[in-house]
Design a protein around this ligand. Structure first.
Ligand SMILES: Nc1nc2c(c(=O)[nH]1)N[C@H]1C(S)=C(S)[C@@H](COP(=O)(O)O)O[C@H]1N2
Ligand SMILES: [Mo]
Length: 408
């Protein structure tokens, strides 16, 4: 990287959160490396950036607000995604670049007995909990949708797994005392839109879900403070649900006595109320619901499209899987286009919401090209579907993925 690039991006991101300044952060011109993502709708080229604070090499999808994708080979290293290569997604460009931890307060208000304004110290003093959970963007893999749809053209790296440490949301709500008639709890953070009148990101959960003892407010991610871009100092964790609900830099919790009809619940992040949230391109008039639970997925991590294997060779294969809203029961692989499947060996179990590693050996054919497929079945016996889903939001892809290999 040229010294000028380094200087510009440092000052603009770590310095004051000015609009123009932030726009310079990690400008693609500063990239050293270009990689290609396998996106059928193109364009495929993306710069690799190391210009963001607390982040290593990331795929630059957009610089302002930052959209940074995890390079896929990172997922081969283990079930926990390193914080410095954990993906980043923000909707609006006014993201604080500094947090004054002394002044930070978490408000709990609305339909409660006592309005709270909690300093971080109070949260740190409450009973701790820890959970391993996959944080996956609703639009992870959107760039693989055919026909293409609008939105961030992610490949498969808008996901990550971490051990989250923090407090139960239930405990925080109990401290405020939820009053009768509460139906939902709404969350928002310190970020905001720069555009006048644009709706601030706010997401809600039903009151029972919010109090289930699993939804939590995290202050640590795999044993460290949250990176700023992943929501320092506090973020919501909603195990098993898409990360659109995992509000970062959480500053406001509002208990509602009527369903939330804010833009981010009523209009955005809605999926067709159909199997696999799938519709036909151009279809209209279907019912929609807010996106919610994740579906099972699995990925090969030690081989990629175009890799060569020797004729008839025994090839070790491995990857990761997650069950979506529950644990992984089995992962099977096929090398004959889904005609036959064989079981893989599962790695250690870090809990129902975590990535789980799998490994197997396959016997390469003696000639020709072939596809390696991996299919996860979760503990509710839900398996990945053979055909890709489609919806205009590019949400919830969980088709059985293929890696195309060449015998040579
Ligand atoms: N405050 C705030 N929280 C947010 C968002 C946001 O724009 N602002 N985006 C959500 C979405 S859509 C995603 S995919 C995740 C991304 O989390 P990450 O950046 O830690 O990977 O944050 C969620 N929480
Ligand atoms: Mo997202």
């Amino acid at each position: 990287m040229s010294p000028l690039c380094a200087l510009t991006s440092r000052r603009s991101f770590l310095g004051h959160a000015g609009l123009a300044a932030l726009g310079l952060a990690a400008a693609p011109a500063c990239a050293e490396t270009i990689i290609k993502l396998p996106l059928p709708g193109g364009p495929q080229s993306r710069p690799i950036t190391t210009d963001f604070p607390q982040k290593g090499a990331m795929i630059l999808q957009r610089s302002r607000p930052p959209l940074l994708e995890t390079p896929f080979e990172v997922f081969d290293k283990g079930i926990f995604t390193p914080n410095d290569q954990f993906f980043v997604r923000w909707h609006w460009a006014d993201v604080p670049t500094e947090i004054d931890v002394q002044k930070y307060r978490l408000a709990v208000r609305g339909n409660v007995n006592q309005v709270l304004s909690l300093p971080l110290q109070d949260i740190l003093g409450m009973p701790r909990m820890e959970i391993a959970a996959v944080n996956q963007c609703s639009g992870n893999s959107r760039g693989l949708f055919a026909p293409p749809v609008a939105g961030a053209q992610w490949a498969n790296g808008a996901m990550g797994n971490a051990r989250w440490t923090g407090v139960r949301l239930k405990d925080v709500l109990d401290r405020a005392g939820v009053k009768a008639g509460a139906v939902a709890v709404r969350f928002s953070g310190l970020d905001d839109a720069l555009i006048e009148g644009a709706p601030k990101l706010m997401k809600s959960l039903d009151i029972d879900h919010a109090r289930d003892g699993e939804v939590m407010i995290a202050y640590q991610m795999s044993g460290e403070q949250l990176p700023l871009l992943n929501g320092f100092p506090l973020r919501l964790i909603v195990p098993g649900w898409y990360s659109t609900y995992w509000v970062k830099m959480l500053s406001d919790i509002e208990v509602l006595s009527a369903p939330d009809d804010n833009y981010w619940m009523k209009t955005a992040y809605r999926i067709p109320d159909t199997p696999h949230a799938s519709v036909t391109p151009g279809q209209t008039g279907y019912k929609t619901v807010p996106i919610n639970r994740m579906a099972p997925r699995s990925f090969v991590t030690n081989l990629k499209d175009g890799d060569k294997v020797s004729p008839g060779a025994t090839v070790p294969v491995r990857g990761i899987a997650f069950g979506g809203d529950r644990g992984v029961k089995t992962v099977d692989v096929s090398i004959d286009g889904a005609a036959n499947w064989s079981a893989t060996e599962l790695g250690s179990d870090a809990g129902p919401y975590s990535f789980r590693q799998w490994r197997a050996q396959i016997m390469a054919p003696t000639s020709g090209d072939f596809s390696l497929m991996a299919r996860c079945t979760n503990t509710a016996d839900v398996s990945q579907p053979p055909d890709p889903n489609w919806n205009p939001g590019g949400f919830m892809r969980n088709v059985v993925e293929k890696v195309r290999l060449t015998v040579a």
